[in-house]
Design a protein around this ligand. Structure first.
Ligand code: ACM
Length: 685
């Protein structure tokens, strides 16, 4: 009897779980929500958007007021509806949308971001404990709006939502390439659109120190080429983020990555004879603060005293990564200091430095976040370990799991290095916890993950296209339940979200045309767009191998800069080939032929362009692509394709697979698959 009851009990929960999975699959066919909510049910109601649409808040609160006003602008601009009331009301009974919350949150990783959203017939309600919950609910509601042919409508749903992880971050490196305030703000808007909540601002590195300092003005005067944020601009960005429910974690990377600081104040360095200069290349460099000098701590104390109040968050990121200690090893005074103080290794010396730094920051009300390297035995458990190396010590000294086991809170970035230019599918599959062997307590200390946008190869023109839309899919990984993993479904929703992100202010789609017009020297770009549709920039740092091909002021307006990490036509072509190889019916055949045709005619158009220096490098690969496309097209039409034909295509594909102008054509595999299939089908005819 007991076994039977357990069986029935399990069956009951299994059925509920399966129903919720199925309904996710079913509803996500109709909806383009990203991140997908924790619970969602359709209720068949609908609210039509018309000019009478109004919003009421149950209490005052500037975060909600601003978000609701922005929501109204977004609605009007998206739909073209002339909404009569442009601002929310307080406590108005008959509003279309009611926003009900109890508290205004001070942002921290414990802020409650949950909300409930119900769309009934001509009545919508969002309820939440905090104002941040309301902001998250408004992002969802904005994504729910649809056209029913004659009107824009909110279809009826009941949504109960809360994030899986507390830390859903995006880091932007503004040192390698400075990124202006407006750009940061539009990226904050995009983050809020997909419910991210931490902006990590990497403000200082070898290539630039980007904060105005009144007490050490040489920092921004000599360390930034004039490209820095004034203190007023920093406060403005922090306030802007705060309204969106986004925390700002600043980073001043020390003691390594300090070339810009030492350009301004060389006396703080470890090699007194070194000619410190702002670095123009990519890589890891030697200039390092001298941890044995009291003046270094006076400098850090004064600097943090000045800048800490600009950032209200309780955490400050101190970097701490990639200090190879070469200047420490070469300095006899530092060696002597180590001996005298019983510091056996450079890691011990860095620990000595970190302990002092932690005390300074504590004085100014800050706790530390730092990269893997700060995890040393004496680091207080209040510090957050930010893992750029990975989960396990066995692999590249990753410290996520060891840190959790030591009692630290930790965040993972290793899997989310979007500057490696991998496909969205790859990042989407990476889970911050995955199947790690953790106790409940250890698991609860995984705060979440952070996408890192290192900016060696991005400028304001291209950065949006490197961050988005892949980061929207990663945001879903950080927010949605673990079982939301269907790639095809994510891709479908991302296509829509991608356009919405541009609509709310990003420039990642339109700037492709800007770059291609430049590449073509202001000629027709349609043939270049066709080639860009199947080309991707070289991945995993193969572009700029060794760090010296590009300097910080090199051009990033090249063909590679117009190509994205997920070539859009490549994905569609792969699907078309899979369908055709399974079933060569007329539709599948036409689909494949239309791609092949576009590459062949694309090349004919390309050849009509006037010669221009930046087109030269594209010629050879485009010509081979056209040749392969032509031969395969003829084979499909004539239904003849011998082993010899196939071998000749495979040889051409080998040539086509070589990198050119820092990109690679990414349809080689489906073309091989197609050739093999054609040979199997048509060899004997
Ligand atoms: C890092 O990538 N060095 C944090």
């Amino acid at each position: 009897m007991k076994v039977f009851s357990i069986f029935i009990f399990c069956l009951f929960f299994f059925t509920i779980a399966m129903n919720s999975c199925f309904s996710q699959e079913k509803l996500s066919g109709q909806l383009n929500l990203m991140p997908w909510p924790k619970e969602i049910k359709s209720n068949k109601a609908k609210t039509i958007l018309d000019r009478d649409f109004t919003i009421s808040m149950n209490r005052k609160g500037s975060r909600v007021y601003k978000a609701a006003t922005k929501f109204l602008r977004n609605l009007a601009n998206k739909t073209g509806v002339f909404i009569d009331e442009g601002f929310p009301f307080y406590n108005r009974e008959k509003a279309t949308l009611s926003l009900v919350f109890k508290e205004e949150a001070n942002l921290s990783f414990n802020t409650d971001e949950s909300y409930k959203l119900v769309v009934n017939n001509n009545k919508i309600e969002i309820t939440a404990l905090t104002d941040v919950g309301i902001v998250r609910g408004l992002s969802t509601l904005l994504q729910l709006i649809k056209s029913d042919g004659s009107n824009f409508v909110f279809e009826g749903f009941y949504i109960k939502d809360a994030p899986r992880f507390k830390w859903r971050g995006l880091m932007i490196d503004v040192s390698r390439h400075f990124q202006p305030v407006d750009l940061i703000k539009r990226n904050l808007d995009a983050m809020a659109f997909v419910k991210m909540n931490v902006f990590h601002w990497h403000l200082s590195d070898d290539q630039g120190f980007r904060i105005e300092s009144k007490i050490y003005p040489k920092l921004h005067e000599l360390g930034s080429d004039g490209e820095y944020y004034t203190q007023e601009q920093i406060k403005d960005v922090v306030a802007y983020a705060n309204n969106l429910g986004i925390r700002v974690i600043p980073e001043i990377d020390v003691p390594g990555h300090a070339a810009a600081i030492l350009t301004a104040y060389p006396e703080l360095g470890s090699d007194e004879n070194f000619d410190n200069k702002i670095v123009r290349y990519s890589g890891v460099f030697d200039p390092t603060l001298n941890p044995t000098k009291p003046e270094v701590y006076t400098f850090l104390d004064n600097l943090f005293k000045e800048v800490a109040p600009l950032f209200p968050d309780e955490y400050f990121h101190i970097g701490g990564d990639e200090n190879e200690g070469k200047h420490w090893d070469a300095n006899p005074k530092i060696q002597k200091f180590k001996k005298k103080n019983g510091l056996k290794s450079n890691h011990d010396l860095q620990t000595y430095f970190n302990i002092k730094l932690e005390k300074i920051l504590r004085k100014y009300g800050k706790k530390l976040v730092g990269w893997d390297e700060i995890r040393t035995p004496s680091m207080p458990k209040s510090a957050i370990i930010h893992s750029w190396r990975g989960k396990n010590e066995g692999f590249e000294n990753g410290t996520l799991i060891p840190a959790l086991k030591n009692g630290y809170h930790a965040i993972l970035s290793n899997d989310y290095y979007i500057d490696r230019m991998l496909s969205v599918d790859h990042y989407y599959k990476c889970d911050p916890i995955a199947n790690a062997d953790l106790t409940k307590a250890e698991e609860s200390r995984v705060l979440g993950g952070e996408v890192t946008m290192w900016s060696e190869l991005v400028t304001p023109l291209t950065i949006d296209s490197r961050i988005w839309p892949r980061t929207a899919a990663i945001a879903e990984r950080f927010w949605s339940p673990k079982h939301i993993t269907n790639i095809e479904n994510m891709r479908k929703r991302l296509k829509y979200v991608n356009h919405e992100l541009e609509r709310i202010g990003l420039t990642h789609i339109r700037n492709i045309d800007v770059i291609l017009r430049n590449v073509s020297n202001n000629q027709d770009i349609s043939s270049l767009k066709i080639l860009a549709g199947i080309s991707e920039p070289l991945k995993i740092y193969n572009r700029n191998e060794g760090g010296t091909e590009y300097k910080t002021f090199s051009p990033f307006t090249l063909f590679a800069d117009a190509c994205s990490a997920d070539a859009p036509d490549a994905y569609e072509f792969k699907k078309a080939v899979s369908a055709y190889t399974l079933d060569g019916n007329i539709n599948n055949k036409e689909n494949v032929l239309s791609f092949l045709n576009s590459w062949e005619t694309g090349y004919s158009e390309f050849r009509k362009l006037e010669k221009s220096p930046n087109l030269v490098g594209l010629e050879l690969h485009y010509q081979k692509l056209a040749e392969v496309s032509h031969q395969i097209k003829i084979a499909i039409k004539r239904e003849k394709f011998s082993k010899k034909d196939k071998d000749s295509i495979i040889d051409l594909l080998e040539e086509l697979s070589t990198p050119f102008v820092d990109v690679e054509i990414v349809i080689i595999e489906p073309l091989k698959e197609l050739s093999t299939c054609l040979n199997r089908r048509f060899d004997l005819k």
